[in-house]
Design a protein around this ligand. Structure first.
Ligand code: GCU
Length: 420
């Protein structure tokens, strides 16, 4: 697709998602009494070792990898592991911003497979870091929906020509100055810079073609979709910060809202170098348990956003109980690293209770490390965050969004989890 087609397709997606998801499908279940009886696939099968140290070793050497493979094959698709080279080019900065509160940098990251140096993908990365003399800051890394210019009114942010959205359009979702005041850096890129988010997706202009071999023109049925591509991009951005003068790449959280929350979880599950993961209202294909069949389900996603997943995932439409995985496995793959899941009361489409229960169900893996899970397996009341040693959860009053309330709790949690 050329730039114009890409832009038109993105706008079409926004419209089609709004009409498809705005008027929710008639068969959507919001009745707890109609949640089917289900049993979740075991995190640790019956024949797992019984002694605690052996069980933990078994998790680390064998079972975690098995679970990741199952998630690849059945949900997100397999991501190529071919080596790449990363080239960074400073487009702007470091420039003092917000009355000296921090610095801004804008970087172009070019990613090329080592075996195909003639192929490349370019991503613009926007970085804000606090001015903490002599110290590298912990950072939140997350993709944005609508172009880097949308995260703040800062007039110097380069406008992304593919997005068409106004400066500051999503500033509430990012709270840049507050993060800087709290001592955190923020790193973000437009998701469409990595892989375009539209239902006409043909896998020709994101990272997929970098790895096509022998005339391949689209991913195989069990190969990566768009969430896999975004996750791959986030890991490359993290790698590019390895020797950053202002950011401590060993203390990074990956964060995402909604579809990008699904992506943050898949990124954190695969990439152990993220010390913390935040899922904000990620819903179906994110933190919510598929088997509850509450709110959004696989068959609802097929037409508008099936490309987020591998093609094989579609075969579980209307037969969630046959999936060899459920989303507690995705969360467990993040253990023992820090994980915060957040829901909103008016976001029943994303099944808040299902998001909470998946986190409860991941507890046995945290306990292999002697880490306490959530204090209770009952959904807490709205606006009452709960946490264990490395897990946190809240159900915010309100709709599908990222708010200052959410950020306040992510920052408090990060203070505990990302301390040097
Ligand atoms: C739609 C979709 C969700 C997704 C959300 C978003 O509502 O059904 O799965 O999380 O869009 O990303 O905004």
């Amino acid at each position: 697709m050329n730039l114009h087609q890409r832009k038109t397709a993105t706008l079409l997606t926004l419209t089609s998602a709004a009409s498809l998801f705005g008027a929710e499908p008639a068969d959507t279940n919001y009745d707890e009494a109609r949640v089917p009886n289900y049993s979740l696939p075991a995190l640790l099968p019956n024949d797992s070792p019984t002694a605690a140290p052996d069980l933990r070793a078994y998790w680390e050497t064998t079972r975690r990898a098995e679970i990741l493979s199952l998630l690849e094959e059945n949900v997100y698709g397999k991501t190529p592991t071919a080596a790449v080279t990363l080239k960074t080019e400073v487009l702007e900065g470091p420039t003092d911003v917000f009355d000296g509160l921090g610095r801004r940098r804008q970087i172009r990251l070019t990613i090329s497979p080592k075996d195909h140096p003639d192929r490349s993908l370019k991503i613009e990365v926007l970085l804000y870091s606090p001015k903490s003399p002599g110290k590298k800051a912990p950072a939140f890394l997350g993709l944005n929906f609508s172009g880097n210019q949308c995260i703040s009114l800062d007039p110097a942010i380069r406008i992304n020509p593919a997005s068409g959205k106004a400066r500051g359009f999503h500033q509430d979702r990012w709270q840049v100055e507050w993060l800087l005041k709290r001592g955190y850096a923020l790193v973000t890129s437009y998701c469409g810079d990595i892989d375009p988010d539209n239902y006409r997706h043909d896998f020709t202009d994101g990272p997929h073609p970098l790895f096509y071999e022998n005339g391949q023109s689209r991913p195989g049925a069990k190969e990566w979709g768009t969430i896999g591509a975004w996750a791959w991009g986030l890991s490359r951005i993290r790698e590019s910060l390895q020797d950053d003068p202002f950011i401590d790449a060993k203390r990074m959280a990956v964060i995402g809202h909604s579809r990008l929350g699904k992506c943050a979880l898949w990124t954190g599950a695969q990439d152990k170098n993220f010390k913390m993961v935040v899922s904000n209202n990620s819903g179906a294909g994110g933190a919510a348990l598929y088997r509850r069949c509450f709110g959004e389900r696989i068959h609802h996603m097929l037409k508008p956003v099936g490309y987020w997943f591998c093609r094989h995932h579609a075969s579980y439409a209307h037969r969630e109980e046959e999936l060899p995985t459920d989303q507690h496995m995705l969360l467990a793959a993040i253990a023992p690293r820090a994980l915060y899941v957040a829901s909103a009361t008016k976001d029943q489409w994303a099944d808040p209770r299902g998001e909470f229960l998946a986190l409860v169900q991941a507890a046995p893996i945290y306990s292999l490390y002697g880490l306490k899970g959530l204090p209770d397996s009952k959904l807490p009341p709205p606006n009452h965050p709960v946490s264990g040693a490395r897990v946190g959860y809240h159900l915010r009053e309100g709709k599908h969004a990222v708010t200052a309330f959410d950020w306040g709790h992510y920052l408090d949690f990060a203070d505990r989890q990302l301390a040097p």
